[in-house]
Design a protein around this ligand. Structure first.
Ligand code: F0G
Length: 497
């Protein structure tokens, strides 16, 4: 009998409950051991601020960020060795520009030396700083609308005396909504805002996927419609493109008409509608470092601001280094070239996003309230439903993340009342954001199913004891900008053993 005819009688591989990962471990790091008592003592020493807690003492999984935490592939490690650390025009720069053209479209890295339009930076935020410094000089009272600005993007806009404005979709806050694209911008809100104040809006932003809005994707229809509205009023459209490949996967799987398209084709279509983008390559670049600003050659933004390319280059030279490395090392550039090529592999993306979904499903099975459907890179716990007994100023997310780290060794990150709230010393009042979340960001290619299951179980134990979750008081830094990175806290009551 032939093997094929025997195999034909069996259940197909794709229908099995568990699928093998489309990769295997290339090298691993053993964790050091720390007891719950040692972890608690260290947390108290750092004022319950999980950012200040040593990562070597994270004995569980580190969900603080999916940024720069990617496990690199063997091809990336091999490419790293080919890094050329020349001060000017290193080998990797040319390869990267070619990869940018292939991934995002030919007009985002011009071959015309008189038309600089691709600008490298050492990560995402210095690129945002350069762009918003240039835009901020254009006038007073400018507004930058978005489907959800990330915290550093928000801060860079504010630092340049402009106003960030989030136009979240209505579905985002609706637990009953079955929308796959809760990351969309509110198109009616945008149209109204543009009609009222287009002259005050230098650019509209779409963050794909919407990190601040639960990591939810943005549909192609929403990108197209946003571009149409912006086009009518002559306002350029940009993407904050950190998680472009994950967003493209959702478009393929959830949006009619794209099921037969390849991920690279979907990516190029997404970018064909916009006039520029900023990106941190620490996410879907699969790289540990890197970022950039890319302006479409002959796009509306460049046409409106012909001097912007030179302003960005001056910024690079003053603050980052020669524009051909823009603050990145030659070996990081080489690893990024490979990462950008590999990240659009569909079987990798399917595994990645299903892994994050399974993590969310494990939490749901314990009854833990999370934002659904689960987005591409993280599971977000809704603290207002997790600990309804605590008041907004009790900062339940800070309390929960500290207890999780002390008791079970997993590190997650509050993105809610403390991180996105603010304290006004004049009125002595706190202002709270619409959502009060704790994010479990899943690093790429790093953890296995059992790591995520262990974390879900740990969260469920704290959820069971949620009525005992103590409030925290801010003992330092409540009035500071970007306060979540700097503040210190203490529990209002002692944690019960
Ligand atoms: N935009 C988005 C949507 C981001 O998520 C980030 C970073 C940035 C811009 C800034 O990029 O870190 O390279 O300077 N997000 C990380 C996170 C830090 O944990 O979500 P960066």
């Amino acid at each position: 009998m032939e093997i094929n005819s025997i195999a034909k009688g069996l259940k197909p591989e794709s229908e099995l409950k568990s699928q093998a990962r489309p990769y295997f471990n290339h090298s691993v790091e053993f964790k050091r051991k720390f007891s719950a008592t040692e972890r608690a003592a260290k947390l108290e020493e750092v004022g319950l601020n999980v950012f200040s807690y040593p990562s070597e003492m994270v004995t569980g999984s580190d969900f603080l960020s999916d940024s720069g935490t990617t496990t690199m592939t063997n091809e990336q490690w091999a490419a790293l060795h080919q890094g050329d650390e020349a001060y000017g025009s290193n080998r990797g720069y040319f390869l990267l520009m070619e990869q940018i053209r292939q991934t995002f479209g030919g007009d985002f890295a011009s071959k015309n030396p008189n038309m600089p339009n691709a600008f490298l930076f050492h990560q995402g935020r210095p690129g945002e700083d350069a762009l918003f410094t240039a835009i901020g000089r254009l006038g007073d009272g400018l507004i930058i609308p978005s489907n959800g600005h990330f915290d550093t993007t928000h801060a860079n806009i504010l630092a340049n005396r402009m106003h960030p404005k989030n136009l979240f979709s209505h579905e985002l806050n609706d637990p009953n909504s079955k929308s796959f694209f809760k990351g969309n911008i509110d198109l009616n809100g945008l149209e109204k805002l543009l009609h009222e104040s287009a002259d005050k809006i230098p650019v509209v932003y779409l963050t794909i996927t919407n990190n601040t809005g639960g990591g939810q994707p943005v549909s192609m229809v929403n990108i197209k419609e946003t571009a149409k509205i912006c086009g009518k009023l002559n306002v350029p459209l940009f993407l904050d493109a950190c998680r472009f490949a994950e967003n493209a996967w959702f478009i393929k799987k959830c949006e009619p008409n794209y099921i037969g398209s390849t991920i690279p084709d979907i990516v190029r279509e997404m970018f064909s509608y916009v006039d520029g983008f900023t990106i941190s390559f620490k996410k879907d670049g699969l790289a540990n470092m890197g970022g950039g600003v890319f302006l479409k050659e002959n796009g509306l933004f460049i046409k409106q601001h012909p001097g912007i390319g030179n302003a960005l280059m001056d910024h690079q030279i003053l603050k980052e280094g020669h524009p051909s490395y823009g603050g990145m090392s030659g070996h990081d550039i080489m690893a990024l070239v490979v990462g950008l090529r590999q990240v659009t592999d569909e079987s990798y993306l399917t595994h990645r996003i299903n892994q994050v979904k399974a993590f969310g499903d494990a939490m749901l099975a314990y009854g833990i309230p999370i934002i659904t459907p689960v987005g591409g890179h993280a599971v977000y716990v809704d603290m207002n439903r997790f600990a309804p007994g605590l008041k907004p100023g009790d900062f339940s997310g800070i309390s929960f993340t500290a207890i999780l780290l002390a008791a079970y060794g997993h590190r997650a990150c509050e993105l809610g009342n403390f991180s996105f709230g603010s304290y006004d010393p004049k009125t002595q009042k706190e202002k709270f954001p619409r959502m009060n979340l704790v994010r479990f960001a899943v690093p790429r290619l790093r953890y296995e199913k059992q790591d995520l299951e262990a974390a879900a179980e740990a969260v469920s134990e704290i959820f069971k004891a949620r009525d005992d979750l103590p409030a925290v008081d801010v003992v330092y830094g409540k009035e500071l900008p970007l306060r979540h990175f700097k503040a210190r806290f203490k529990f209002r009551e002692l944690v019960k053993p």
